[in-house]
Structure formats: structure tokens, C-alpha cells
Design a protein around this ligand. Sequence first.
Ligand SMILES: Nc1ncnc2c1ncn2[C@@H]1O[C@H](COP(=O)(O)OP(=O)(O)OP(=O)(O)O)[C@@H](O)[C@H]1O
Ligand SMILES: [Mg+2]
Length: 444
Amino acid sequence: MAKIKSLFQCQACGFQSSKWLGRCTNCGAWDSFVEIFPEGKREESDLPQKSKALPITDVAQEEVERLPTGSSELDLVLGGGLVEGSLVLIGGSPGVGKSTLLLKTCATMAEMGFRALYVSAEESMGQIKLRAERIGATTSNLYLMGELVLENILEELERGEYRVAVIDSIQTIYSHQLTAAPGTVSQVRSVTFELMRIAKERKLPIFIIGHITKEGAIAGPRVLEHMVDTVLYFEGDSSRELRILRSFKNRFGSISEVGIFEMTQRGLVSAKNIGQRFFSRKRAQAGSAATVVIEGSRPLILEVQALVAPTSYPSPKRSSTGYDSGRLTMLLALLEKRLDLPFNQYDVFVNIAGGIKIGETAADLAVIAAILSSFRERPIREETVFIGEVGLTGEIKEVMMLDNRLREATNQGFRKAVIPSKPLQDISIKSFIVDSVEKIVDWM
Ligand SMILES: Nc1ncnc2c1ncn2[C@@H]1O[C@H](COP(=O)(O)OP(=O)(O)OP(=O)(O)O)[C@@H](O)[C@H]1O
Ligand SMILES: [Mg+2]
């Protein structure tokens, strides 16, 4: 009998080597090699049937059927509902609410008449029942299954007439036919492949929950993200109530929309009155300024807080939460150079209230305003918003969707706006046009 040669595979990228390596030569990951056992060769006669190439004009178009999920926020992120036969991967940090969201979604869909299966390989049925009771997700059309083995899950999916299914989570399910441990590249790949096959075959939409790594990427191989139709990430601090569901890939819709939820005793609910969630009306303190950012297609008012305090260190501290720290350093250098402010003797801390991360530059002006306000110990009048990008030369640049932002600000009771250009439409807000950082100082 021929000796079985061992083979090692990187769990991050799938690279194979005949020797164990401490660091993958392909992707650079450390300690990612595990031993795998190569499979035998297939017989020539096993060749599957060949598919025929057709002119594109003769190919019948597939109609995309979308099912409502019962949550307006989730529907929005999915691009207008859950597409039949699609595979949706949801990743997020521990305790962010992945299981809660999908259990509730299953129950709501089950109530609408779509029989649902929730497979959990992480928690006991009793534990899930407890959560279901708490969030009001008990309906006889929702089936629970505590199962780790892929083959048993597939059998159940084949047998029951399910219209939606949830797999919690991909890293804990394993195929009985493979010897590798759950969560390894070969397991995740083959489990996902089998789920994809059954999803397409039976037009069954399947949600897959994925763990994430310390760096925030979905744990396991990148191929997972390539294989599924939609990749969603759940963001938010599990110690706070607000959660943002963002789409990173969607074969059936745009990825520009986000869903905003609130974690309550009754589970995750669409955050109502989002406008008022991220800022407090009473901002009489120095070091606070309001701005309007665009999340998906929705304007959102955020509060930027800054603390400027004399430093006791040789090199002053700069720290930023929710705002790019590189940009903060740039703005401070600009203020020092253009306005002659001695920031080299001060520690500067910036924070975006509500645990939100700002991904756009329109908040620059508000950051400057908050810093100046804290530096001078002079509060900004409550009814003012600051919108504008600051360039390296100190000029204030225009931002996209200015009118939408200003309209939201007026809706939320703001009466003054410091902005880089005139709004296109007539909006009942008093605007102050500033074109350089020096002008803001004049205004404050
Ligand atoms: N009684 C409660 N009232 C309010 N919120 C609760 C309550 N019980 C749990 N939670 C919230 O639910 C969260 C846990 O949600 P869930 O189990 O859905 O997270 P998960 O993303 O599935 O986590 P994991 O990755 O560990 O499976 C907790 O972090 C907490 O915020
Ligand atoms: Mg969970």
C-alpha cells in the first residue's frame, strides 16, 4: 500500500505545503498551518455531465423573488427584501446581537406563513427558547434544531418545507465526511458549498452567522465571503444600545444602505427617531459641536466632543475615538500653523458620541469647532451645526448632499449652520459661509 503523504494547509488563505510552516509564505499569516489528508483521485467515468454554452440572447432571465423579513431596516440593507435562494452571511463581534436579530426575523417570517428553521450549534434549545420568550419569537411555524453535523442539517432542510433557514454559526458546523476540525478552511468551504447548493436548488434563502476575528474580519477563510451572495456586518459596542448593520457585498442590491437598530429588552428594534439618538439637546459645555453625516442615504446628526488640556508629557497626547486619528493630527497641525495656537503644549482628545465611527470628511469642521471651543473654554450655541471638509491648505471644501444634511438639521431644531457653500434650495436655516479655517475663528 502506498504511504499516505501528509500535507499542510494555511487556514487563512488555503495555501498548501508539504512541510509545516510557522508563517504562510503566501499570505503572511502566523501559525495558520494545520495538517490535512489529501483525497484520492477520481475515476474518469465519474465526470459530471457537461453543460451546454448558449448565446446570451437565448438564456431565460431569472426573476428575483424577494421575501419581506418583517424588519424595515433589514429589508433596506438587503436591497428591498430577502432574495429567494440567496446565501446571506452576517458577521459581528460577540454579543452584538446576531442570534437575536435572526431569531426574531425567523419568527416574524414564520408568522407571515414562511416556515422557518433555526439551527444552532452554539446554544442549547432551552437557551434559545429563553431568548425567544424574551423577544416574543414563539410561533409554531418556527422550528429549532440543535445540530452540529452538516449532513443532518441538509437532511432536515430536504425533508421539511422550509422557506427560510438560519445557521448559527458556520464555524461550529462540520461535515462528517471530512476529518478536519470545525472552522478550518476545508470544513468551512465544504459546509458553505453544500448550503449554497441546497439554497439554489430549493430556492431557500439561508442566513449564515459568522464569527469575526480580533481585527474585525470574518473568521476563517476569505473564500467564505466570495461564495455567499451577501455579506453583512453588525457594528456597535455591545455595551451600548445602538447597532448598525452594514452591507459589504450584495449580489442583489446596492451596498450603500445601512440598518440602524436598538437593543432592547424585547430584542433588536428599528431605531425610531434616529435623528435624536446621537446627540443631546443640552450641550451647554465647552468642547461639543454638532455635525450631520450621511449614513447610507440617511442624514444623521452626531455630536463631536473634544477635550483640550495642558500636557504634562514631553510629547503631548492625541487620541481619537470614532474619528480618523491621522486627520486629527492634520487638523491640529493646521490650526497650529494657520492660527498660531500652541497645541504642542496641550493633550487633545476627540470622541464621537454614541460609539459611532465617522467615515467621511464632512465632520472636519465640527472637529475644529469642538477643539477651539474646548481650548477657549467657550461653549458653542446649541442650535448650530458644522458641516465641511478641511483641506491641507486650510480651505473649507464643499460636501455632497449638503441640502439633505441641512434639511435634517432644521427638522431636528437647529437654526444655524456653518457651511462651505450656499445650499441649492431654499432651506430655513441661517447659514454662515466659511471658506477657510481663519473664518471659523472669526465666527466663533
Ligand atoms: N434581558 C436583556 N435585556 C436587554 N438586552 C439583552 C438582554 N439579554 C441579552 N441582551 C443583549 O443581547 C446581547 C446578546 O445577543 P446575541 O446572543 O444575539 O449576540 P450574538 O451576536 O449572537 O453573540 P455571540 O457571538 O456570542 O453568539 C447581549 O450582549 C445584550 O446586549
Ligand atoms: Mg449568537
